[in-house]
Design a protein around this ligand. Sequence first.
Ligand SMILES: NC(=O)c1ccc[n+]([C@@H]2O[C@H](COP(=O)([O-])OP(=O)(O)OC[C@H]3O[C@@H](n4cnc5c(N)ncnc54)[C@H](O)[C@@H]3O)[C@@H](O)[C@H]2O)c1
Length: 286
Amino acid sequence: MTAIERVGVVGTGTMGGGLVQVCALAGADVRVVASGRAGAERAERRLAQSLDRQWAKGRITEAERNAAVARVSFGTDLKSLADRQFVLESITESLPAKQDVFRVLDEVVEDPAAVLASNTSSIPIASLGSVTRDPGRVVGAHFFNPVPVMPLVEIIGSLCTSAAASDRAEEFVTRTLGKQVIRVGDRPGFMVNALLVPFLFSAVRMLDAGVADAEDVDRGMTLGCGHPMGPLALLDLIGLDVIVAVGEAMYAESRDPACAPPTLLLRMVECGLTGRKSGRGFHTYP
Ligand SMILES: NC(=O)c1ccc[n+]([C@@H]2O[C@H](COP(=O)([O-])OP(=O)(O)OC[C@H]3O[C@@H](n4cnc5c(N)ncnc54)[C@H](O)[C@@H]3O)[C@@H](O)[C@H]2O)c1
């Protein structure tokens, strides 16, 4: 199988921006599809700023920075991904929105051996493959936040995913991007979120019940259990709107009450308190 050189990234939010950066620094030609012109321009600016920070910290050279910028092009049309060998969808966590993207990718991506991957945290890979003519090339490739820092990627094959597609995804993610992979089943929350989401939601319920304030819930887990970050700070990093969508998708399938988003979380999202990206969640970010 030929090595993957041409990558597409759909979605330019928290995760999409990180995916573009790691693929470009790894030497891939990256075509990015944003939801609109303004989103594409913002993503282009954010990539340049992020690479500038890496350069200022001495992590990359000026030549590496310039080469990475030159490898990425930004647009809004999924048809521009026709010649891609690996497409990573990383749009909003919504089943109908993701299915719309996979319907189009199925039509436009020409290479039958191309991998159509989703960075979904909780939507069944089978549900994305089901809207395509060839679900064999649809794979889950679940990265962690922040993408340039976190080494893990969960590779998820549905019952219909071909072994070749899962193998190709693993090879790209490990050899080209330098990440580490665990292969997990197409079950609610895959592996990491199946453990993590009930824990994070318990922390919110505990806060709501007045067991401890937000600072102390987080201090309890960092100082007492050696977690690098407390659960409420982690929720702020993930994005409260994102974790609500993840919990809802997991609950819809599993009916496990531990996966149902707590009321406090729902209210915070309704008020626009979505965590770091809005400047305020359980903690504030000036
Ligand atoms: N935030 C996390 O910590 C995290 C971790 C792992 C995986 N994920 C998953 O990654 C995906 C993206 O999450 P995020 O945190 O980056 O969300 P986000 O809200 O930061 O960004 C989503 C982006 O998708 C764009 N978008 C929506 N519909 C689109 C379309 N049809 N075409 C192109 N772009 C579109 C939006 O404009 C937005 O920029 C989700 O599936 C999420 O579950 C998130």
